[in-house]
Write a protein that binds this ligand. Structure first.
Ligand code: SF4
Length: 346
């Protein structure tokens, strides 16, 4: 069967709760002007098949729960991006790594997104940001890795992505992409992109693709086949997941997820503790609950399948281990990476 063109799939996606709810036979109303809706049709079919309250449904179908609690306890900028933002899509938080966001557009609107309040619904891609990135890198030789984030960088065309990689070639040895696209718009992994990734894998010491998935039920055959194709380009595949209430907050769900990653040769990387996001507090769980799940997960999985469980505090200090066996041993207090007891752990 002829594969859908990803641009057609992107154009045909459900772009309002009204359209999506109609397709799902859902008699509800949702205020899209607060938090927009975007769900590709192929994904919507899977959501409908898996049913209400399934992990897929909870992650992508808007719910009025997004307005509960959020107003009082959620944050616009839950990980302190603003503190490290340098304009032109650059965030320089860690000395030798830099985030670059070529676009604010995503292939889906995840209801739990930590950038939920920052992402604009524009289609601005690059537009002058690349020359600013090159200038910045030339004056910061300490940067060894550029991490493309967003939005989702795979929404940029193959031509634009090639421009970015060519600008980075010879400037940094490591390049990484963080993406949700293989899981929600797998047709984006077209032959042109695979060819580009083969070139990228050859052109950098390590080219990594961190694939964002939160539940084993996101992996259907089409998705799985595309991930195998990504692997064959020579890229290092990494996992990236968020612990989410009602989606994967059980030892069984996470064990299944990490064994699925392992079966596809995706290295376990980050399991994020949920951020305190305005409009997504319905996915939030307390740190003690997350730590209890993670400690049991470590008993279930072989060491090579265990991710780092981390938290990204709102003060912008960067990723910190959410599980610290040493601090548990020495009195049960978690320390931040500067050795201070952090507010976020209380
Ligand atoms: S794809 Fe990533 S950035 Fe985009 S809405 Fe989902 S979690 Fe947020």
């Amino acid at each position: 069967m002829l594969e859908a063109n990803w641009r057609d799939s992107f154009r045909d996606a459900f772009k309002s709760s009204r359209e999506l709810f109609h397709f799902l036979d859902l008699q509800e109303k949702f205020n899209d002007s607060s938090y927009p809706v975007f769900v590709p049709k192929r994904l919507a079919v899977n959501i409908k098949t898996q049913g209400k309250d399934s992990p897929l449904w909870r992650q992508f179908v808007p719910s009025n729960e997004e307005f509960s609690e959020s107003e009082v306890s959620g944050l616009y900028d839950p990980i302190g991006d603003e503190i490290h933002s340098k304009d032109n899509g650059i965030i320089h938080r860690y000395k030798n790594r830099l985030l670059f966001s070529p676009t604010t557009v995503c292939p889906v609107n995840c209801r739990y997104c930590f950038r939920k309040n920052e992402l604009a619904q524009s289609d601005e891609v690059l537009k002058g940001k690349l020359s600013a990135l090159v200038t910045y890198l030339d004056s910061h030789p300490e940067v060894q890795e550029v991490i493309l984030t967003g939005g989702d960088p795979l929404i940029a065309s193959n031509k634009k992505l090639k421009e970015i990689f060519q600008a980075l070639e010879g400037r940094v040895p490591f390049v990484r992409i963080h993406t949700r696209t293989p899981m929600v718009l797998p047709e984006r992994i077209d032959e042109g992109l695979l060819e580009l990734f083969r070139w990228t894998s050859q052109s950098f010491t390590i080219f990594s693709i961190a694939i964002h998935a939160n539940h084993k039920d996101e992996f259907d055959k089409f998705v799985t086949d595309k991930i195998k194709m990504l692997k064959q380009t020579g890229a290092q595949l990494l996992s990236q997941s968020v612990l989410l209430k009602g989606v994967n907050d059980s030892v069984k769900d996470l064990t299944d997820l990490y064994l699925r990653f392992a079966s596809l040769d995706i290295r376990p990387y980050y399991l994020h503790h949920p951020d305190r996001v305005k409009g997504a507090m319905n996915f939030y769980i307390p740190l003690e609950v997350g730590r209890a799940i993670y400690m049991k997960l470590r008993d279930e999985l072989p060491g090579w399948a265990i991710p780092h469980y981390i938290i990204d505090p709102e003060n912008g200090q960067g990723k910190t281990l959410a599980y610290n066996p040493e601090s548990i041993k020495f009195g049960g207090q978690l320390l931040d990476r500067f050795g201070q007891t952090s507010e976020i752990f209380r």
